[in-house]
Ligand binder design. Structure first.
Ligand code: MEZ
Length: 474
């Protein structure tokens, strides 16, 4: 047991109305920075705090690296200009603001667009294996709302590769510490399967640590620390059909509120248009937007590409308004899209109907995502290996030969903790920071695909840096 360097209060009503702590605390530990959450934002923050030389603790609600980050499969949005030189941070900034209906915190969107390319290059130096173009540049794919192909990707498993790379970096830092001190965890300690139930504050209203519950042993313990970074993701699991797993119940939002911080934009919840529908046991599992980014199209049960009837006004001048116009664009190499091998519409409708008859699609005429008529089978397997596997294993559908039935699934919440855009500090609670999905403001009313991975890298780093700098001054 270590001696407290500052006494945490659990019942200080004047600073965030915290209820008294009644559970028996078995241990009190001491760190400089505590990161709550071990997805992309949490790991990136932890790496930064440790790089600043501070004793950093990472608390995982489940296992190290098991995170919603892996559900951003299609890529990391960054204006690297690799595929189209016209791309730059200003265009990315404008796309992001337009996607968010200009309700975004403009300074967050600016920092995000400016810093995203550096975060991608940095990941590569840490070992991320991005897909390459034939002439060796990092490949970038199309995604909705992005004017240029902008998503650096690793097949359709980008989030997984991002997490793997950050884990690898974490372990490398622990090995450095081991060489120096004989202790792997000297400056980067990971707690798994622990729930943080409270952010603790001192008598002056500053953060003083966290109260933790280790589920396996049933023990309660306190980690004293002057800085706490919330990186707990969103609230997606509160919806019945969701891409989120059981951990995403808004813990960070609740911790922040209880500590006296504010939440903003909580009315903005994003439903990804393509989740799995069949069989019912897998309903909601994400079907990455890469399927559409690479050329797949949505059709109704008559084979009609109905989405042309619903192009939002803000995108109208930039996007095709009819199937014929869209197909024309595919043939124009300047738009950087591959010519599809189109099947006549009635043939597509027949394929969809045979799905329905096989008991797979909705008999009421659902929505089908069709890639098999747009790309050769070997390209589908190379570009979308995860989707190919997922549909084969879970739904007995071969996406190289038949359409997939899809439907909306809750994927992301734009709302979150009100933070300072430069430092990621939560307004009104000295020592509290938030990054990634739990932080609000960056995406306005709607997030563009790929902008969450870049967001969590940009602001995870910023949160870790500023949390460490704050802790070092005390
Ligand atoms: O940003 C995302 O959530 C994303 C890339 C999702 C996807 O469809 O792959």
């Amino acid at each position: 047991m270590t001696t407290p360097h500052r006494q945490p209060h659990g019942s200080d009503d004047s600073h965030g109305s915290q209820a008294p702590l009644t559970a028996d605390v078995t241990e009190t530990l001491s760190h400089d920075v505590v990161i709550v959450g071990a997805g992309g934002a949490g790991l990136r923050a932890a790496i930064e705090a440790r790089e600043q030389g501070l004793r950093t603790a990472v608390i995982c609600k489940s296992l190290f690296g098991k995170a919603h980050t892996v559900m951003a499969e299609g890529g990391i949005a960054a204006s690297m200009g690799n595929v189209n030189e016209g791309d730059n941070w200003q265009v990315h900034f404008r796309d992001t603001m337009r996607g968010g209906k200009f309700l975004n915190h403009w300074r967050m969107a600016e920092l995000h667009a400016k810093e995203a390319p550096d975060r991608v290059w940095e990941l590569e130096t840490w070992g991320a294996l991005f897909d390459r173009t034939a002439d060796g540049r990092i490949s970038q794919r199309n995604f909705g709302g992005h004017e240029y192909p902008r998503l650096a990707h690793v097949g359709d498993r980008t989030g997984l590769e991002l997490i793997r790379t950050l884990q690898q970096k974490t372990v490398a830092l622990q090995q450095e510490d081991f060489k120096e001190s004989g202790d792997y965890e000297a400056r980067l300690k990971v707690f798994q399967e622990c729930t943080v139930t409270r952010v603790l504050k001192d008598g002056a209203g500053r953060v003083a640590g966290v109260f933790c519950y280790e589920r396996e042993s049933g023990r309660f313990f306190v980690i004293e620390a002057p800085s706490v970074v919330l990186a707990t993701g969103g609230i997606g699991k509160s919806f019945k059909v969701t891409s989120n797993s059981w951990e995403y119940t808004g813990d960070g939002h609740a911790l922040a509120l209880l500590a006296g911080a504010s939440l903003i934009n909580m009315e903005f919840v994003q439903f990804h248009p393509t989740g799995m529908v069949w069989p019912p046991s897998v309903k909601g599992i994400l079907v990455t937007e890469s399927v559409r980014g690479d050329g797949g199209v949505l059709r109704n049960s008559e084979g009609k590409r109905f989405m042309f009837d619903y192009v939002p006004d803000v995108f109208k001048e930039k996007y095709a308004e009819s199937e014929a116009e869209g197909d024309g664009w595919y043939e124009d190499p300047d738009r950087n899209r591959r010519p599809p091998e189109l099947l006549p519409r009635d043939e597509v409708a027949r394929a969809i109907n045979s799905e329905v008859k096989a008991g797979r699609g909705s008999p009421h005429g659902g929505v089908f995502l069709d890639v098999s008529t747009r790309m050769p089978a070997e390209v589908i397997k190379r570009r979308l290996p995860s989707m190919h596997h997922q549909f084969k294993e879970l739904a007995d559908v071969d996406i190289t030969a038949e359409p997939m039935e899809v439907g909306p699934t809750c994927h992301y919440v734009m709302g979150g903790v009100d933070v300072d855009p430069d430092t990621a500090a939560a307004a009104g609670v000295p020592g509290l920071y938030a990054a990634g999905e739990v932080a609000g403001g960056m995406h306005g009313s709607n997030r563009l695909g790929g902008n969450s991975l870049s967001d969590l890298l940009v602001f995870g780093r910023r949160a870790g840096l500023h949390a460490a700098q704050y802790a070092a001054t005390l």
